[in-house]
Design a protein around this ligand. Structure first.
Ligand SMILES: [Cu+2]
Length: 228
């Protein structure tokens, strides 16, 4: 009975825990031991000949990003490391830490890279997705990609969002409680097709699949400029 209970709990955790990188294809299933999403930098899932030969092609200026979130909320960061087998993910793809709320699928048709990267056709790289929970523990998943001028984005059918998921960049709060750059805060509401934006007059609201990561990037930049 106890063994049965233990097995049930393990299975429940495997099904419900942590997060899953659906696109680009993750390097390997990080739910299966000896993988562990707690392990930096890539959940103890290393680049292999197989994963090296199975890279997802990504456009030179950024590509589709699809993540299954399994927790009620988490902080999220996207990082990039250049090279065929790198452990250095030193290129941040989000100017500010992001706060994600809700369980389900979040898909960005195009997560645009910083403009000054000047990625060349054929460059190998790895994406690292980090989530950080309320206790401060971090979870990791990585995907091996190859930048290609011929790469395409996910279609609208392939890039749908669960209703009600939200993604906000963090803003700085002053000692008096006011928010620096709050007027430019982006409210990204990733929801099913046809949902409307939820931004207030002072905020920019976007909905997916109408969500444009270009616009998100621009708004994040605006928030950063106002906050500095
Ligand atoms: Cu978890």
């Amino acid at each position: 009975m106890q063994l049965f209970t233990l097995a049930f709990l393990l299975i429940a955790q495997l099904v419900s825990g942590h997060f899953e990188l659906t696109y680009p294809n993750w390097r390997g299933d990080s739910f299966l031991p000896p993988a562990s999403q707690y392990m930096f930098p890539c959940a103890n899932v290393n680049t292999t000949d197989a994963s090296n030969n199975n890279r997802t092609l990504w456009p030179l200026d950024g590509g589709s990003l699809k993540i299954e979130f399994h927790h009620s909320w988490t902080y999220v960061a996207f990082n990039l490391g250049l090279g065929s087998n790198t452990n250095t993910f030193n290129i941040s793809l989000n100017p500010m830490l992001l706060n994600e709320t809700g369980n389900g699928t979040m898909c960005f048709p195009k997560w645009r890279l910083p403009a000054d990267l000047n990625i060349e056709d054929g460059t190998d790289a790895s994406l690292q997705i980090i989530t950080i929970g309320d206790s401060g523990t971090a979870l990791y998943n990585c995907a091996d990609i190859r930048f290609s001028a011929d790469a395409t984005l996910l279609s609208e059918d392939q890039c749908q969002n669960t209703t009600g998921l939200e993604l906000y960049p963090l803003v700085q709060q002053q000692a008096d409680g006011s928010m620096v750059g709050a007027a430019a805060t982006v409210t990204v509401t990733a929801s099913a097709a046809g949902a409307s934006a939820t931004g207030e007059s002072a905020a920019m609201g976007m909905s997916a699949p109408g969500l444009s990561s270009l616009a998100l990037g621009a708004a994040l930049t605006a928030a950063l400029l106002l906050g500095s």
